[in-house]
Design a protein around this ligand. Structure first.
Ligand code: BDR
Ligand code: CA
Length: 309
């Protein structure tokens, strides 16, 4: 079992990804850290508590950064609904009791388990950058970061910038420059794993109460994709990162130099030097191809381990 920390901005695909990780037999989830992004930090943390309490997971949650390092805060309420979970009722207000900050928890775990921790990032990279800024010597001992973010040929906030990187490009640059092994799981591959309306009916049918809950939030996410992108189904961005953290053979990678654009019309772009034109140090394994059938096999078998044979 891999020791993992999941860093998330708790939108809909984040919730699915976190449940996938918690249900999978491949991970020991040491803790969950929250970050602004799809919703503000308070709502992201509320969503984390709600989700874990609802399904009886006893995993610590650490509230993370509420703002990007330099950029203005931008919250995307449209894609995931006002509360990040398709506007289903999250009726409790969970204030974390005297907890450490996310960055503090991440450093503590890496110091306790050097070279053993995989950090899965599903939102803007501000918490990870903060941890690197506070203690670079500890953070170099992260075994691997598997990061949903960026894109080689695609953006979703600009022609070239993907949301998680676009939200805090300065943080992304710190993370990519830190010499920690990174797997970049960008839009080029996530847009090839589409959960269809048929899949969602299957989730409702076999998933018991959890399936009903997932069905509701996934229906919301599906309407967003239909209304805005004419995609019939919803894109499994964050679950793909979790699945790849469990089983890297779900994708193919090119070991490349990745730089983050901080300026001008390309601000927030992950510039991937696939052809080694700059001859710079290669700092990431960039997913360039994915095996959707294998992904969905892993997804359903892990998420509903107790429901399907
Ligand atoms: C990313 O942005 C968020 O809306 C999703 O949760 C995912 O992490 C995709 O660009
Ligand atoms: Ca996310």
């Amino acid at each position: 079992m891999k020791k993992v920390i999941i860093d998330s901005d708790f939108g809909i695909d984040d919730a699915v990804a976190v449940l996938l990780a918690l249900e999978s037999k491949d991970f020991e989830v040491l803790g969950i850290t929250t970050v602004y992004g799809n919703v503000d930090i308070k709502q992201a943390t509320n969503n984390a508590y709600f989700l874990l309490e609802q399904w009886n997971y006893n995993i610590p949650i650490f509230r993370g950064e509420e703002m990007p390092l330099e950029k203005d805060l931008y919250i995307s309420t449209e894609t995931h609904g006002k509360n990040g979970l398709g506007n289903i009722i999250v009726n409790k207000d969970y204030e974390p009791a005297d907890q450490k900050d996310a960055w503090e928890f991440i450093i503590e775990m890496v110091e306790r388990y050097p070279e053993e921790i995989t950090v899965i990032t599903l939102g803007p990279l501000t918490n990870i950058a903060s941890a690197i800024l506070k203690n670079p010597t500890a953070m170099i001992k992260v075994r691997e970061i598997v990061s949903m973010g960026g894109g080689i040929l695609k953006g979703n906030m600009s022609p070239v910038a993907e949301f998680n990187i676009w939200c805090d490009p300065e943080a992304a640059k710190i993370v990519y420059d830190a010499e920690i092994p990174i797997k970049m799981v960008g839009l080029d591959v996530t847009h090839r794993v589409i959960l269809t309306p048929n899949h969602i009916e299957f989730v409702k049918l076999i998933g018991g109460e959890k399936g009903e809950f997932l069905g509701k939030i996934l229906d919301y996410y599906t309407s967003y994709y239909w209304n805005h992108e004419r995609i019939l189904g919803c894109v499994m961005h964050d679950p793909l990162a979790v699945a790849i953290a469990a089983n890297q053979s779900l994708a193919k990678y090119v070991h490349s130099h990745v730089d983050i654009s901080l300026n001008g019309i390309t601000r927030g772009e992950c510039v991937v030097d696939l052809v080694d034109a700059w001859c710079n140090q290669k700092n990431a394994d960039v997913a360039v191809d994915v095996f959707p059938e294998e992904f969905f096999d892993y997804f359903f078998r892990s998420l509903f381990r107790n429901n399907v044979n």
